[in-house]
Design a protein around this ligand. Structure first.
Ligand SMILES: N[C@@H](CCC[C@H](N)C(=O)O)C(=O)O
Length: 324
């Protein structure tokens, strides 16, 4: 019996790459001429783990000047008038979609995979010490090389409900399969929405069944990704350079995907929430352990009190091939 993959026939002959960043995996497509139109059912078929290639999401690389009809691209270009994208010097847009075909504003692990992919495809050069700009629906992001892979300038984090900035505790309750009672949670934006829940110990984290979507009440306006974190004991230690380092373990249920092995924006949101709960903004370096490995999150205060976030970790390419 032949299995028909909805909408994939139209992509026959397209070159695809499979990539992952701490186990968060993506189907990557290069679209240098801006020719690909991807419908949600095609994205879902590509990301299907049985009938497609399989991935938590899909990422298309397309020059920004070829997709100015995309409202997010034109908004970001208008916000950054110094940026230019031309045929000779394209500014690359990371067109990220979740595995169910839905669009998300941002994907932190995705930016690392995106940079690695652009370099492998010879679409960009990234000289040691320089930064590669990447346009995302959440705004501009920057990428630089670091020993463990890539570090992404993620912009500032913010509370989804700004009124909470004064109370700084929780804004919602989360019910999840495997937890005996609803837990307080804090919703944080990293360009995309996150709701972070603290758990008391690792056994609780491990017994969660994230095959089932957690219920958030009230749910943020555009839905949310839900992170469960367990602070290490002690929460803060000192690295070889004598610098304080915070450490947490995290599992995540992603909007439009399900449980994933890692979520970069989620790790940033989790570290930001734990810092708020600890009422200590002096620890700026955080290690976040996820099922797919470890990422590093660094906070830097701006003059206006907001905090820039940097996310660092590895990225790998797994295969390159042609759709049959
Ligand atoms: N895994 C990503 C986040 C992907 C988008 C998310 N599912 C959403 O809908 O916002 C990351 O590494 O940040």
């Amino acid at each position: 019996m032949a299995h028909h993959l909805t909408g994939l026939d139209a992509l026959a002959g397209t070159t695809v790459t499979k990539a992952h960043a701490t186990g968060n995996d993506f189907v990557m497509l290069a679209d240098p001429a801006g020719e690909l139109t991807l419908e949600p059912d095609q994205v879902a078929a590509l990301c299907d783990r049985h009938l497609g290639i399989g991935g938590d999401g899909m990422i298309r690389a397309v020059p920004a000047h070829l997709v100015t009809s995309d409202a997010a691209v034109s908004r970001v270009l208008a916000e950054n008038p110094d940026l230019v994208s031309t045929e000779d010097a394209p500014l690359w847009f990371m067109d990220y979609r979740n595995g169910d075909g839905s669009v998300s504003e941002m994907c932190g692990n995705g930016v690392r995979a995106f940079a690695h992919f652009l370099l492998a495809e010879d679409l960009v050069q990234l000289v040691e010490g320089e930064e590669l700009p990447v346009l995302t629906r959440a705004g501009m992001r920057s990428v630089r090389r670091v020993p463990e892979g890539y570090a992404i300038g993620m912009g500032v984090w913010s509370f989804i409900d700004p009124e909470l900035a004064s109370s700084k505790a929780s804004d919602s309750l989360v019910i999840a399969s495997g937890l005996d009672e609803p837990r307080p949670a804090l919703s944080i934006s990293m360009g995309n929405p996150h709701t972070v829940v603290a758990l008391g110990d690792t056994a609780l984290l491990e017994q969660l069944n994230l095959q089932e979507a957690p219920q958030v009440d009230p749910v943020p306006p555009h839905g949310t990704n839900v992170e469960f974190v367990v602070p290490a004991e002690p929460l803060v230690t000192t690295d070889e350079a004598g610098q304080p380092v915070g450490r947490v373990r995290m599992r995540v249920h992603e909007r439009g995907v399900g449980e994933t092995m890692s979520c970069g924006t989620g790790a940033c949101a989790a570290a930001a929430a734990v810092r708020v709960w600890a009422a200590d903004d002096t620890v700026n370096l955080w290690k976040v352990d996820v099922p797919g490995g470890q990422v590093t999150v660094r906070f830097t205060a701006r003059a206006d009190g907001a905090e820039d976030v940097e996310l660092a970790g590895p990225a790998e390419l797994v295969l390159r091939g042609t759709l049959a």
